[in-house]
Design a protein around this ligand. Structure first.
Ligand code: NDP
Length: 478
């Protein structure tokens, strides 16, 4: 099937007005860092420098934590829930009003297609604030006792794959429950968090309730290890998650970790193949595969292997890779040179270990960081590409014969974040779901997110839940 020719349909970036440089957002104001250090954030699609951002050192983190403490004690924790709710509703509405600007900014800084930032990320960001605004005055009905108390100051560290959405997952429940926060966005994607800081000003949020400290891993470490932090929330790699767990173990800090995944997307022979293929594509090529719950291991029942694979190859040949701001783009840029190097390395290991690599014909732009949609067949469970999180647009295909074998293979991973099951039999869905060791099991769909639905993992995918009533527990003293 040939690709239709489309004229370029770029979203205008004029709606975004970038500053040349950004300070830290502490106590309601943008302020310079104590030691004057800064770094540049670039567009991964073009390598163009977008802005200069302040690198926060320990003294800045200390200042931010103190501002959050003061705001916690004197303003936020004592405020009635219905008053806190008003701020959260206001923030949600401003996000909706500025949705186009935020979507363009996210695509510029992260490299993800505008279609995704516009239709998935930003609407979900607003939804998270609306949802948690609704909880702020109803916490006594959440099932955690008659007057659940907040924890205090939350130190939150987030990754680069869904920058503003991860911020919303962290900040909305924290504020709804009466905590104040200091958040560190990822080094490569700080811009939407800084735009969010402006939104806090626009919403007249009391100073110090939200503080944003930009920087790299060292800034994150200074934040999670700060003795003034009562609660640590982290999303990122399992390796850093383990370091944080070790650092917090001797303290009284409450910790939630949302880490990596190696999800199985399981297709049975009675599944509607076209629908399953869409789900497979969405599972691993959405957001360039930079998704902790990505369906990176496809398990296909042997009897339909040839049919599913042929269909999948045809579908991959129609994916459009290129300018993230083009509304027709399906696959955008890889977020950083370092992540591209990791994807390349693991793909080379896949070939060296004997799996067969395939990509559709696909021209890669010369500048920026790009990787074509890639399939590996002939993959065994021992291969590194079947065991390690690649965090890129790379799918490993394995087969199975019986449901029991599918369960065994799906669970044969140190992770346990998500899984997908494709079959027309409801009984088989339930049978599988009760045996898969995964925090989320999607049936005949994949990568569906909703603020009302708890999300989180088993085993090395971390602990704690985000979203829904369950997610409130992480921010309450219960
Ligand atoms: P990291 O875990 O290093 O980054 C996540 C966040 O933690 C970033 O804000 C990072 O800062 C910060 N950080 C780094 N080191 C520390 C530390 N010692 N203490 C506190 N905070 C710290 O992920 P990477 O970006 O390095 O990605 C590496 C791999 O991790 C990916 O290839 C992927 O496999 C996995 N990953 C999983 C994610 C998920 O959602 N589960 C998300 C991102 C990555 P900074 O970015 O500035 O270094």
């Amino acid at each position: 099937m040939a690709k239709f020719e489309y004229a370029p349909a770029p979203e205008s970036r004029s709606i975004v007005s970038l500053r040349e440089s950004y300070g830290l957002f502490i106590n309601g104001e943008f302020t310079p860092g104590a030691d004057g250090r800064a770094f540049k954030t670039i567009s991964p699609a073009t390598e163009e420098v977008l802005a200069e951002v302040t690198e926060a050192g320990p003294a800045d983190v200390d200042r931010a934590v103190n501002a959050a403490r003061k705001a916690y004690e004197h303003a936020w924790s004592a405020m009635p829930g219905r008053e806190r709710a008003k701020y959260l509703f206001r923030i949600a509405r401003i996000i909706q009003e500025r949705a186009r600007e935020l979507a363009v900014l996210e695509s510029l800084d992260n490299g993800k297609p505008i279609r995704e930032s516009r239709d998935v990320d930003i609407p979900l960001v607003a939804a998270h604030f609306f949802y948690h605004a609704g909880w702020a005055d109803k916490l006594e009905y959440a099932g955690y006792g008659p007057a659940p108390r907040p924890l205090g100051v939350a130190g939150q560290v987030i990754p680069w794959n869904f920058p503003l959405l991860m911020l919303a997952w962290k900040i909305a429940p924290a504020l709804a429950c009466g905590n104040t926060v200091v958040l560190k966005p990822a080094e490569t994607t700080p811009l939407t968090a800084l735009a969010f800081a402006e939104i806090c000003q626009q919403a007249d949020l009391p100073p110090g309730v939200v503080n944003i400290v930009t920087g790299a891993g060292e800034t994150g470490r200074a934040l999670v290890e700060h003795p003034g932090v009562d609660k640590v929330a982290f999303t990122g790699s399992t390796e850093v998650g383990k370091q944080i767990a070790r650092a917090c173990a001797p303290t009284r800090k409450k910790v939630t970790l949302e880490l990596g995944g190696k999800a199985a997307n399981i297709v049975f022979e009675d599944a509607p193949v076209d629908q399953a293929v869409e789900g497979i594509v969405n599972g691993i090529f959405f957001n360039q595969g930079h998704v902790c719950c990505a369906g990176s291991r496809l398990l296909v029942q042997e009897s339909v292997y040839a049919e599913v694979l042929a269909s999948l190859r045809r579908r991959l040949a129609t994916l459009r890779l290129g300018d993230p701001l083009d509304k027709n783009t399906d696959v955008g840029a890889i977020n950083s040179a370092a992540q591209l190097a990791k994807i390349r390395e693991l793909s080379e290991v896949g070939e060296a270990e004997g799996a067969q690599r395939w990509s559709p014909p696909c021209e890669l732009p010369v500048k920026g960081f790009w990787f074509p949609p890639t399939l590996f067949t002939g993959v065994s469970q021992a291969h590194r590409i079947a065991r390690e999180e690649i965090f890129g647009p790379v799918l490993s295909v394995l087969t199975f014969r019986t449901p029991a074998e599918a369960v065994e293979k799906a669970n044969n991973t140190p992770y346990g974040l998500s899984a997908g099951v494709w079959t027309e039999k409801g009984s088989l869905i339930l049978w599988m779901a009760s045996r898969l060791r995964a925090g989320v099991v999607w049936a005949n769909t994949f990568n569906k997110f909703d603020p009302t639905s708890p999300f989180g993992g088993y085993k090395e995918s971390g602990y704690g839940r985000e979203g829904g009533r369950h997610g409130l527990e992480a921010y309450l003293d219960v």
